[in-house]
Ligand binder design. Structure first.
Ligand SMILES: Cc1ncc(COP(=O)(O)O)c(C=O)c1O
Length: 436
């Protein structure tokens, strides 16, 4: 994979701790592959793979927000409490001494709940004994899946802009990512779209899988049935797996419908469905996610997962079973709460001069920053966090080639109303202080 993240990393200044600021500054000048320098004996201590990507820009922006006292609209985690019922369930599980390793592929109660809810939400029958692997977050479910299915030389199709983990995930699993563009809406309230021919050209005999994230981070796109059917047809024609990241399944606006790829005819045997607790239950720190796949693929995922992590946190898996038993109203309230937050932040962004691409799902808004006249997204994000006091994510971190995202930044609105108010208040300074 081209060195996208490495080159970008050189441009984003790391947020150093106060004490280590000097040494961290010195690090900025070093090549991203400096770790591959030989030891005195001539041995390379580090894996070549690691030189092809760098730390997450999203997580780095959170550190920058802390350093500059900025309102953090960069990383996608709620700043409001998780539901009381599931916190109680976690406390009870710890008190009841569910404190040792769970079964490596997941606590039975949680796997049963996942299987039951996939039936309720998507009409899919899943065998909880043979087709589910509970992991440390959907992050681990994704990398375990890719490690389980990819060989060197395999290609993985990814829509871009993409959630930044997918690039390094592909590199680590030995696969080569092939990117297909999602193009921003050209009209107010329009959709992000892709070109059918461009997608078809990305598929060939080397294609092992397509990674599909719907509802999508960062665009907020929710793939429609005709789009999913088109992707399905290509998967069947080229004998390709679909690995779907559906962690924003329940965060949908204006009656938009989430359709799981696995529910489409012809996809049951070639889909790995990834989901987790982080976003639906506002517990990003719990690290509980899962991969649902046909038995043969599940066996391979379970092997990788076992040797990577042994298992996800046992008491939190028990609380996960409680979470998945919450009534339908919980999910309706969750989506409505995020609609209110979206409609809270977007006018503030528009008033400040951003062009907003209205999300149909998930809890981010991608924006166009052309009106501000900055050189690129990195210099703009830096100005915003340091001078205005609001952290966003530079658009280039979602693209293979940084220039493709140079006019975009992403804001997360999974925040309390007062956080969004404070961000809006600070953003009002943006017009008054144009760049020099
Ligand atoms: C698309 C997407 N997938 C996965 C994750 C991480 O999920 P988890 O906390 O389950 O590892 C995120 C987090 O922002 C995300 O946006």
């Amino acid at each position: 994979m081209p060195d996208r993240t490495s080159s970008q990393r050189k441009k984003i200044k790391k947020a150093p701790s106060q004490a280590s600021r000097k040494s961290s500054r010195q690090e900025q000048g070093k090549s991203a592959v400096s770790g591959a320098r030989p030891s005195p004996s001539g041995k390379h201590y580090l894996s070549d793979k690691v030189s092809h990507f760098t730390e997450s820009v999203i997580r780095e922006m959170t550190r920058q927000a802390m350093l500059y006292g900025a309102v953090n609209l960069a990383q996608g985690f709620p700043d409001f409490p998780a539901p009381a019922e599931i916190k109680q369930a976690a406390q009870q599980a710890v008190a009841a001494d569910v404190n040792q390793y769970a079964i490596t592929w997941g606590a039975k109660n949680l796997r049963n709940a996942i299987a039951r809810q996939m039936g309720v939400w998507q009409g899919i029958t899943v065998d909880p004994e043979k087709e589910i692997t509970v992991c440390c977050g959907s992050t681990e479910a994704m990398i375990s899946t890719l490690l389980a299915v990819c060989n060197a030389g395999d290609e993985v199709v990814i829509f871009e802009p993409f959630y930044e983990n997918y690039g390094p995930d592909s590199v680590l699993s030995g696969a080569k990512p092939k990117f297909v563009k999602l193009r921003p809406p050209t009209t107010d309230g329009g959709e992000w779209t892709f070109d059918e021919e461009e997608l078809r050209r990305a598929f060939d005999k080397h294609t092992k899988a397509i990674i599909l994230n719907t509802p999508n981070n960062p665009t907020g796109k929710v793939f429609t049935r005709p789009e999913l059917e088109l992707i399905r047809d290509l998967c069947v024609e080229f004998d390709v797996l679909a690995i779907t990241d559906e962690i924003y399944e329940h965060i949908l606006y204006e009656g938009t419908e989430h359709i799981s790829m696995v529910s489409l005819e012809g996809m049951r045997e070639r889909t790995v469905t990834i989901n987790g607790m982080s976003k639906t239950y506002s517990v990003t720190g719990w690290r509980v996610g899962w991969a649902v796949a046909p038995e043969k693929i599940t066996n391979a995922i379970r092997k990788v997962h076992d040797f990577l992590t042994v298992g996800a946190p046992a008491p939190l898996q028990e609380a996960g079973a409680t979470a998945l038993s919450l009534p339908a109203e919980y999910y309706a309230k969750l989506a409505e709460g995020y609609r209110v937050r979206r409609d809270h932040l977007m006018p503030a962004l528009t008033a400040a001069g951003f062009k907003c691409f209205r999300p149909r799902g998930a809890y981010y808004v991608m924006t166009d920053i052309s009106a501000f006249g900055f050189k690129d997204d990195i210099s703009f994000a830096k100005y915003l966090v340091q001078e205005i006091g609001v952290a966003c994510v530079p658009g280039s971190s979602f693209y293979r080639d940084p220039p493709d995202g140079a006019r975009q930044v992403r804001f997360a609105f999974c925040k309390k109303p007062e956080t969004l108010d404070e961000a809006g208040r600070r953003l009002r300074k943006l017009h008054a202080k144009p760049p020099s």
